[in-house]
Structure formats: structure tokens, C-alpha cells
Design a binder for this molecule. Structure first.
Ligand code: CAA
Length: 258
């Protein structure tokens, strides 16, 4: 994956790590950078050896939002032809568990990128916010929708209208951040969690992710029907046979994603 210029990509055993690497502009998300992130994520998603994907940022920001320099002179027709958010939409289709390891500022599109991940582990030094309103615009990559579904309209509006930044601790209290860790332990703790998840049966993780996503969008009854189908489907996997046999034989299961 050495063709990338604005991200650095590596694989550590079953964990694929993507580092946003334009620290001189606080990892501002240029269109090229977003398309590189999505290409790297999709490549890991298709790789049976990769069980978890971690996204993080180099320098003092996770990402300070979309690249303002790049979009300052845009107009609606150009944005329509660019299909500006098509790459972002593809992130919603990723099946592999994704963890954002938020090292610093996660603003605007940077916050939206973190919200596109399944879990957010934040450094205690991280800050989260949607400053788009200060630019005369608003989030466009799912921010108003994902934030509202997570914390409700009253809290979301206050955050989105003021453009204020919240600390990792405050974001954790609102249920946006999964866990806050000290800055020097961020990657160690994130990788520990990623490796722990990589030991779990991968098909079950994927189908649980899908069912939880449906819980956000579906009415309860439809969501429960969806859950049931995924539950039945897992009985077609070797991992189900292995998991239950291992329990009965009082040994540790060996899951293979089959
Ligand atoms: N786009 C382009 N460049 C950016 C940027 C962005 N979003 N954020 C920071 N930079 C650049 C700065 O222009 C600066 O570059 P130069 O050194 O060449 O001048 C460099 O990164 C360092 O930034 P600052 O000097 O501003 O650092 P600071 O510590 O004084 O301030 C900051 C940090 C408060 C985050 C400030 O940089 C800032 O307000 N950035 C913009 C944040 C923002 O408005 N994000 C939302 C973008 S819109 C969006 O994301 C829409 C969407 O939904 C997809």
C-alpha cells in the first residue's frame, strides 16, 4: 500500500493500522486523503487476515476537519459533480470492526471520521467539536445525523450550534467516546483492545456490528427480526461448532472465521 501519500498504513498481525499523516495541516482531510483512507480501509476489509482496523492521526490532531483551503471556492454544482461524500458513504459499508484512536483534535470531518468508526478510544488530551458553523456551513459527512442518534437532539444542537470543543472526558460522559486513556498509553491500549477483538470469532463480530447498526435505524420489531436472522446464520459457521464444542470440552476455542 505504498502508493499512499497522505496516510501511512501498516499491519500488525491481525490489526490493520491507518495513520493520517499530514500533521503540518493538522491532518486536514483533503479529498485525496479521504479517498486514500477509504481505499486502505476497504483493502483491509477484504483481507481475511485482518480482523480489526485502527485509525489514528500523526501529530497533535486526529484530523481538524475537511481541508478548508481546498473547498473555500466550491459551489453546489461542483460539489454535486464531485459527489463529494461518496467516499465517506463507503465507510458505512465496512464490515470489519473499526476503532478510532483519537490522539488530539477531532473537528468537523475529523470528528465525523471518528464517528464512522465503531469504537472511539480517546487520549485525555483529545478534543471533539463541529466548528463548521463558524465557517458559515454545517457538517456534511454525517455529523448531524450520527451525533443526534448517539446523544439526542438537545445535546447535539447545543454542540453543533456553538461549534464548541468538548474534552475527551465530556465526550465520554455523553456516550460518544468508548474510553479515555492517558496520551502516552493511547496506542498501547487501543492495540490491546484490537488484539483482544481479533481473538473473537470474526464472523460473529461482523454480524453483531450489522445488527447494532440496524438497532439505530430500525424500529424494535424489525431490528429483532434482523438480529434473529444473523443469529441463525452464525449456526452455519465452523466457529459456532468450535465455540460450543470448546465450551463443552472445557478448552479454549480456536476461531478461524469460517
Ligand atoms: N483545513 C485546512 N488547513 C487547516 C485546517 C483545515 N480544516 N485546520 C488546520 N489547518 C492548517 C492551518 O491553516 C495551519 O496551516 P499553516 O501553518 O500553513 O498556516 C496549520 O493547519 C496549523 O493550524 P493553526 O495554525 O490554525 O493551529 P492552531 O493551533 O492555531 O489552531 C485549530 C488549531 C483551532 C484547529 C485551527 O486550525 C482551526 O480552527 N482549524 C479549522 C477547523 C475547522 O473549521 N474544521 C471544520 C472544517 S469543515 C468540515 O469539516 C466539513 C465537513 O463536514 C466535512
Amino acid at each position: 500500500m505504498s502508493e499512499f501519500v497522505s496516510i501511512a498504513v501498516r499491519q500488525e498481525g491481525p490489526v490493520g493500522v491507518i495513520e493520517l499523516a499530514r500533521p503540518n495541516v493538522l491532518n486536514a482531510l483533503s479529498r485525496q486523503m479521504v479517498s486514500e483512507i477509504v481505499a486502505a480501509v476497504e483493502s483491509f476489509d477484504r483481507d481475511e487476515e485482518v480482523c480489526v482496523i485502527v485509525l489514528t492521526g500523526r501529530g497533535r490532531a486526529f484530523a481538524a476537519g475537511a481541508d478548508i483551503q481546498e473547498m473555500a471556492n466550491d459551489d453546489p454544482v461542483r460539489l454535486e459533480w464531485l459527489n463529494q461524500f461518496a467516499d465517506w458513504d463507503r465507510l458505512s459499508l465496512v464490515k470489519t470492526p473499526m476503532i478510532a484512536a483519537v490522539n488530539g483534535l477531532a473537528l468537523g470531518g475529523g470528528f465525523e471520521l471518528a464517528l464512522s468508526c465503531d469504537l472511539i478510544i480517546a487520549s485525555a488530551a483529545a478534543e471533539f467539536g463541529f466548528p463548521e458553523v463558524n465557517l458559515g456551513v454545517m457538517p456534511g459527512a454525517g455529523g448531524t445525523q450520527r451525533l443526534t442518534k448517539l446523544i439526542g437532539p438537545k445535546q447535539a444542537l447545543a454542540w453543533l450550534w456553538t461549534g464548541e470543543r468538548l474534552s475527551a472526558k465530556e465526550a465520554h460522559a455523553l456516550g460518544v467516546v468508548t474510553r479515555v486513556v492517558s496520551p502516552e498509553l493511547l496506542m498501547e491500549e487501543t492495540m490491546r483492545l484490537a488484539r483482544r477483538l481479533a481473538e473473537q470469532p470474526p464472523l460473529a463480530l461482523r454480524l453483531i456490528k450489522e445488527a447494532v447498526q440496524k438497532a439505530v435505524d430500525y424500529p424494535l420489531y424489525e431490528g429483532m427480526q434482523f438480529e434473529r436472522k444473523n443469529f441463525y446464520l452464525l449456526f452455519a459457521s465452523e466457529d459456532q461448532k468450535e465455540g460450543m464444542a470448546a465450551f463443552l470440552e472445557k478448552r479454549k476455542p480456536q476461531f478461524r472465521g469460517k
